[in-house]
Design a protein around this ligand. Structure first.
Ligand code: FES
Length: 123
């Protein structure tokens, strides 16, 4: 079964299978600039704050996620599996890349819009 995951930093959404971890779903967005680390709960690069929804979690290194963080929903995207629609905020080292990419998208859209609005050449 698939669930909808929303990245609150950017408003982007993606579908993620219950048996796939959220980081794998994020990678499917195929956005450059998302740093992917160990994919195994040890480096902390994929830290997210879950704002809503249900998920299963697997063991995470205490070196990168404290028990208090985990209890408060701050977890590693590579170690959580959605069991309902989820809302997450990227808070780890990945956050800057995610938010920078959002700005880059805006710039690209503006450039495209400029081109579209140019008057057609007269023949
Ligand atoms: S990618 Fe290393 S902890 Fe998730």
């Amino acid at each position: 079964m698939q669930h909808l995951v929303t990245i609150e930093n950017t408003g982007e959404t993606f579908r993620c299978l219950e048996e796939d971890n959220v980081l794998r779903g994020m990678e499917q967005l195929q956005r450059k600039g998302i740093p992917v680390g160990c994919r195994n709960g040890g480096c902390g690069v994929c830290k997210v704050q879950v704002l809503g929804g249900l998920y299963l979690k697997r063991k995470m290194s205490r070196g990168v996620i404290s028990a208090e963080e985990e209890a408060g929903g701050c977890v590693l995207a590579c170690k959580i599996y959605p069991q309902s629609d989820l809302r997450v905020e990227v808070v780890g080292k990945m956050a800057r890349a995610v938010e920078a990419r959002k700005s880059a998208s805006f710039d690209f859209g503006f450039a495209t819009m400029t081109k579209i609005n140019q008057p057609e050449e007269e023949k």
